[in-house]
Write a protein that binds this ligand. Structure first.
Ligand code: UDP
Ligand code: MG
Length: 331
């Protein structure tokens, strides 16, 4: 136990770490976090959110918590996904500033003092922008690049490219996020949407310390779709534009055919044109219906109004949690 823990005047900083099958790195992550935090001299708590791990991460977290009173462990009832694990972490964090960091050490804990500096200067959101993506394939890098350019062109918020969920939030930013009820949680969009005083720090992102990424291409694609549909309705309008343009082209083509038939007669019935236009229109229609479906599906998810996540257990040292929320089950 650190001596700083008992200085009630000092503000407390919470570190939120989502954990899903990270047994290989957990201890190292914790040790590095702890030594960095100790050096800052801040009062701190580390909130580990176990997102239904099946590889012994749970047991590891339990033993870390038992030995260290500054650690809070929130065990979710199953794997809900990183966005929900983060939401849970934000709900349980009780610091004046909250830093979200990945468990795999891809976000270097050594940057925390810089983030705290910015916070002390009065910033509410400190976003970490990576300048290099080590250990990632060219395909992943370029698809990420393309996605952010696209999303920012068509959405109503400005989502900084090349950022992850590694960032610092002030207490009022956290309160703002807790107010956002949406089920489809695209966190990067949410962080940008809340506004307040935002700033950026750039850093070099390293490869995972151990284990492997849980984000296959399919999952990344789904995340991209969530991001776009949650923060933009442009695709819906796109369907109408496309329909309008096609209709105009078809009309012009019709006029041209009539004139052609009047002038030259109609020697052969236009089977190829018929086929192409039918296929083309069929494609456009299916696409438009698919788009509607995407939004409808999300509307359906929202309307069910389910809780974001379910907690099976919270482990914390009661004597150490000076500023803990009195309610352990948010919502
Ligand atoms: N994570 C999680 N739930 C999931 C998937 C991932 O809590 O369903 C956590 C994971 O333990 C890690 C962070 O989210 O701390 C980032 O995951 P990962 O390293 O797989 O993503 P990447 O760095 O490749 O974006
Ligand atoms: Mg990672």
């Amino acid at each position: 136990m650190t001596g700083q823990l008992h200085n009630p005047k000092q503000k407390c900083v919470s570190i939120v770490v989502p954990v899903y099958n990270e047994a290989e790195v957990l201890e190292e992550t914790f040790e590095r976090l702890r030594s960095v935090l100790r050096e800052t001299g801040q009062r701190f708590e580390i909130v580990f959110v176990d997102d239904g791990s099946k590889d012994g991460s749970r047991e590891l977290l339990e033993s870390i918590q038992a030995a260290h009173p500054q650690v809070v462990v929130v065990l979710l009832s199953r794997n809900f996904g990183k966005e929900y694990a983060l939401t849970a972490g934000l709900d349980f964090a009780c610091g004046e500033a909250v830093i979200m960091i990945d468990a795999d050490l891809q976000d270097p804990p050594e940057l925390i003092p810089q983030m705290l500096d910015k916070w002390q200067q009065g910033f509410d959101v400190v976003t970490m922008r990576r300048v290099k993506r080590e250990g990632e394939t060219v395909a992943k890098r370029s698809s990420a690049w393309l996605f952010y350019r696209l999303l920012n062109r068509i959405s109503d918020v400005d989502i900084p490219p090349d950022t992850g969920d590694f960032r610092l939030l002030s207490a009022r930013a956290v309160r703002a996020i807790r107010q956002m009820p949406e089920r489809v949680r695209y966190m990067k969009g949410i962080f940008a949407w809340i506004g307040f005083e935002q700033t950026e720090i750039t850093y070099e992102r390293s490869s995972r310390a151990a284990g492997r990424t849980k984000w296959g291409y399919l999952r990344l694609f789904r995340l991209a779709l969530d991001g776009i549909t949650a923060f933009s309705t442009v695709p819906l309008r796109l369907a109408s534009y496309l329909g309008f343009i096609t209709a105009m082209l078809a009309f012009a083509y019709g006029v041209w055919t009539i004139i052609k038939t009047l002038v030259y007669g109609d020697p052969v019935a236009g089977f190829p044109t018929l086929m192409t236009s039918m296929l083309f229109l069929g494609g456009v229609q299916l696409m438009a219906i698919g788009l509607l479906g995407e939004y409808l599906g999300r509307l359906f998810t929202e309307s069910k109004n389910r809780p974001h996540y379910l907690v099976s257990e919270v482990l914390r040292d009661e004597s150490a949690s000076a500023g803990a929320p009195d309610d352990t089950s948010p919502e």
